[in-house]
Design a protein around this ligand. Structure first.
Ligand SMILES: *Cc1c(COP(=O)(O)O)cnc(C)c1O
Length: 427
């Protein structure tokens, strides 16, 4: 396509795109930090820490009021009763990640949930001990995987296979993952990949990978930290065995927010599956029989992996956030996201060799984020972006991760960002 066939790269055009989009209205539901002059920043770090839904303080205040007013009677008498508060997220969480309500449970944090799920789904036996994963790997995931292997008496050096992109390439080829799954098939216990890679922004075809892992007798898990609230996931239909995700990135539920986990229906009906148990994972019908036999009877579904009673003050922001996702709906957000990120890509393309995008070009193989390699003086670019009020994430030496999130970023945000990256300076 020649330049003159492209839409004009003007502020007016960006504003017209914003005005024409019905989902633009969700932006006002979020607190956007101000810059020194008072104007809101242009926030591109929703992949790192999402913005606060404006409804959060009121929900938190209500829980505090109910605590003050009712104390122990709040378990059943609070406006949102505490004893089964986690079930508020069942249906909405299921819609977020493409699951059945019984397959989703919110508790704890991402790394903890990964460990709890690997207790059940990484079961090395005989010569079947290896784990295959993608790279660049998030450090916490590597620590979790390596320590699980060591916990079972294995050697992480040998049993953890973290596949790298080919020399000179930025993204891991799916064919390379499939070949490794095939090659290591008889020794493979688990394949655990990112739904969206945190660094490159690459997304995988989960259904194809799940089938390949299952064909070779291995479990298939997904770290959906950068995929939940970003892609229109279909964890159930893709036949993923288990998944975990945090809620503070695209989930907008606040720093260290309560995380989600997914356990496929077919495993949720296997009470014999080994797991680390706690009272809230017990069948609610017998949970409180404290003086009786005390034999753990797991609740059906993902709830059977729950340990403790729900932390209400941490969960309230998630309630506010998931209500917004439900109103906007994930398919509609994803559709807007593809347009926003496509616009970013197109604007970056016009900058020639000033930048190089290391995220796949195919919208099916990425989410909102583009990882941009900046040529020349990275420090200067960083300063210019900051001066223009653009909040981006720099990864040394030269990569900027930019995530236009469909709930609150605008085409205008992207117009401004790319203008600065093009060397035009702050407006
Ligand atoms: C953000 C992120 C984490 C963070 O883990 P926490 O347990 O929430 O601190 C782990 N893994 C990946 C891939 C992430 O993107």
């Amino acid at each position: 396509m020649s330049d003159d066939q492209l839409a004009p790269a003007t502020l007016e055009h960006a504003r017209a795109l914003d005005a024409a989009d019905p989902l633009s209205r969700f932006r006002e539901r979020f607190a956007i930090p101000p810059r020194p002059g008072g104007d809101p920043v242009r926030y591109f770090c929703g992949n790192s820490l999402g913005l606060m839904p404006r409804g959060v303080p009121e929900l938190l205040a209500e829980e505090c009021e109910d605590w003050a007013r009712l104390a122990v009677n709040g378990h059943y008498g609070a406006r949102r009763p505490w004893f089964d508060y986690h079930t508020r997220f069942r249906d909405r969480g299921a819609r977020l990640v493409g699951a059945l309500p019984s397959e989703v449970c919110y508790q704890s944090t991402l790394t903890v949930n990964l460990h709890l799920l690997m207790v059940s789904f990484y079961r090395p036996e005989g010569s079947r001990r290896k784990i295959i994963g993608d790279t660049p790997a998030f450090p916490s995931d590597t620590y979790a995987l390596a320590s699980q292997i060591a916990f079972h008496g294995g050697d992480p050096e040998n049993d953890l296979i973290q596949l790298r992109p080919r020399e000179g390439e930025h993204d891991l080829r799916e064919e390379d993952l499939l070949r490794a799954i095939d090659e290591h098939g008889d020794e493979l216990a688990l394949v655990l990949v990112s739904g969206v890679n945190y660094y490159t922004g690459q997304a995988f075809d989960l259904r194809t990978l799940a089938r390949a892992a299952h064909d070779r007798g291995a479990c298939f898990g997904v770290d959906a930290a950068h995929a939940a609230g970003n892609l229109a996931l279909q964890l159930h239909d893709d036949d993923v065995d288990f998944a975990a995700w945090c809620s503070y990135k695209y989930g907008n539920a606040g720093p260290g927010a309560i995380a989600g986990s997914f356990v496929h229906e077919r495993h949720g009906r296997r009470p014999e599956l080994p797991r680390f148990a706690g009272w809230w994972g017990n069948d609610p019908a017998t949970r409180f029989q404290m003086n009786e036999v005390q034999r753990f009877e797991p609740a059906e579904g993902a709830d059977g992996w729950q340990l403790s009673n729900p932390p209400i003050l941490s969960m309230a922001p998630l309630d506010a956030s998931l209500a917004i996702f439900d109103e906007a709906t994930m398919p509609a957000l994803r559709e807007r996201s593809v347009r926003l990120t496509g616009y970013l890509q197109e604007r970056l393309d016009r900058l020639g060799d000033r930048v190089e995008v290391i995220t796949p070009r195919d919208p099916e193989r990425r989410g909102a984020q583009l990882s941009i390699r900046v040529k020349g003086d990275t420090r200067a670019v960083r300063d210019q972006l900051e001066e223009a009020g653009c909040v981006c994430d720099f990864r040394p030496p030269d990569v900027i991760r930019v995530a236009p999130t469909p709930l609150y970023n605008t085409f205008e945000d992207i117009h401004e960002l790319t203008r600065v990256l093009g060397g035009e300076g702050a407006a």
